[in-house]
Design a protein around this ligand. Structure first.
Ligand SMILES: Nc1nc2c(ncn2[C@@H]2O[C@H](COP(=O)(O)OP(=O)(O)O)[C@@H](O)[C@H]2O)c(=O)[nH]1
Ligand SMILES: [Mg+2]
Length: 193
């Protein structure tokens, strides 16, 4: 099968409207390494991508898509659209984050609409569930992606369970522990830093 031959290091992109906690989640993945400046040449701003090798068997590139379109006079709507489109084109898996504490917004619905049209696999996440109470996330299934995984990127609630789910998903997609480095494939990010 094709998927068994897929060995390169997967690219996992975090997307979502502003303020849902994308960067906090990115930092949660980095853990104690969060203050380390990316080794990617030319990266002078906060890291947008890191290779994560210690959260399960399958290593992966993690991308915080925030700021992808910081260049030029983009409206918020354009910004979100760029973020989603670039991720759908380049990522092997999308982590779509919504705010589990707030009502859904127009931006959330627009992102859902775009994601529905693509074929990139998606893990749907409700962040800011600091108390572990998933009751209030039922209405998020309105977006058409089922019930979200619930996490708190801030206090790590649900984070370890989520990393297991992520690993299982990557394995289901055909990635393996000996995934090769695929640096060339992340040039779409490096070029923008
Ligand atoms: N209560 C709570 N606040 C969070 C959590 N994750 C992020 N935040 C807060 O939400 C705000 C936006 O977070 P940020 O990571 O910058 O969001 P981004 O714009 O999507 O990258 C910040 O004030 C964070 O501290 C969480 O799990 N729980
Ligand atoms: Mg951010």
């Amino acid at each position: 099968m094709f998927s068994i031959m897929k060995k390169s290091c997967p690219v996992v992109a975090i997307i979502g409207r502003p303020n849902v906690g994308k960067s906090t989640l990115f930092n949660a993945f980095l853990g104690e390494r969060r203050s380390i400046v990316s080794e990617i040449a030319g990266t002078t701003r906060d890291s947008l991508m890191e290779q994560i090798t210690d959260l399960g068997k399958i290593p992966f590139w993690l991308v915080d898509t925030a700021g992808l379109s910081d260049f030029g006079n983009n409206t918020l709507e354009n910004e979100i659209q760029t973020q989603v489109e670039v991720s759908m084109e380049n990522a092997d898996l999308i982590l779509w984050v919504v705010d589990g504490n707030q009502a859904l917004t127009q931006d959330d619905y627009q992102i859902a609409e775009k994601l529905r049209k693509g074929e990139t696999p998606i893990l749907f996440l409700a962040n800011k569930i600091d108390d572990g109470n998933a009751d209030k996330t039922y209405e998020l299934s309105e977006l058409g992606f089922g019930l979200p995984e619930t996490i708190s990127a801030k206090n790590n609630f649900g984070f370890w369970e989520f990393t297991e789910k992520l690993q299982t998903t990557l394995a289901d997609l055909g990635f393996t522990a000996d995934s090769l480095d695929k640096t060339d494939d992340v040039s779409w990010i490096i070029n923008r830093c």
